[in-house]
Design a protein around this ligand. Sequence first.
Ligand code: 0O2
Length: 231
Amino acid sequence: MLTSRARRTLEAVDGQTLAEMRALRDETERFMMRYKFGMDEVITKLSILREEFSQAHDYNPIEHVSSRLKTIDSVMEKVERKGVEPSFEAISETITDIAGVRVTCSFVSDAYRIFNLLAAQKDVSVVQVKDYIGNPKPNGYKSLHAIVEVPVFLSTGAVPVTVEVQIRTIAMDFWASLEHKIYYKYDRQVPAELLDGLTQAARTASELDENMERLHREAHGLPRASPAIEA
Ligand code: 0O2
């Protein structure tokens, strides 16, 4: 429902400007849709891996998969913050996390296993990997981040689409979501004692991950693993 002021503004816009505005709206919708399709493809790949792995190995390495598409406002905020030229081409080349998929696993070795299985697929190209599990952030943040490119097949042909995939354990995810809420609550000015508490909690979460994986291995008679990204 338009306000009378908005209606008056629209009435003052000439036909050509209105047509250009509509064309831009349609192009923006098409641009964002590609990311949704790319995200759906990655989710399907993960569902297949999850189901097939469970069937073949009687074990499920994926606990949970969630996804989010950035809003146009959030994309534009990042475009401004990073000083990116506001064209669809420049945005698609520079902003690689418009589509995001988060995978939660039980164990650290599963996080690397899922990444390696996804990266080995023929139609998946790995653009960038940030291994914050092997190299945690100073605040204790741990997660395996990958920017992958998948082809999306449209009626006009195939287009490559980037999707950010974050893979982590339940303990890492629990920590990251609390840390995110605390940062949001304090508008990034988190009191020092809370920051110390978060760093300590990150250590506890890592210890929990190590202990749980050791127990799992012992219970199943599995050898000690040194999980890593496969070339
Ligand atoms: P959202 O809403 O989750 O997308 P860049 O993405 O290039 O601007 P950067 O830091 O180079 O920034 O990317 P990086 O390191 O791959 O991290 C991007 C995302 O990882 C963040 O996205 C968070 O989701 C997550 N992340 C990174 N560091 C932390 C951290 O210290 N704590 C928590 N809780 N999450 C983190 P966005 O864009 O911030 O938000």
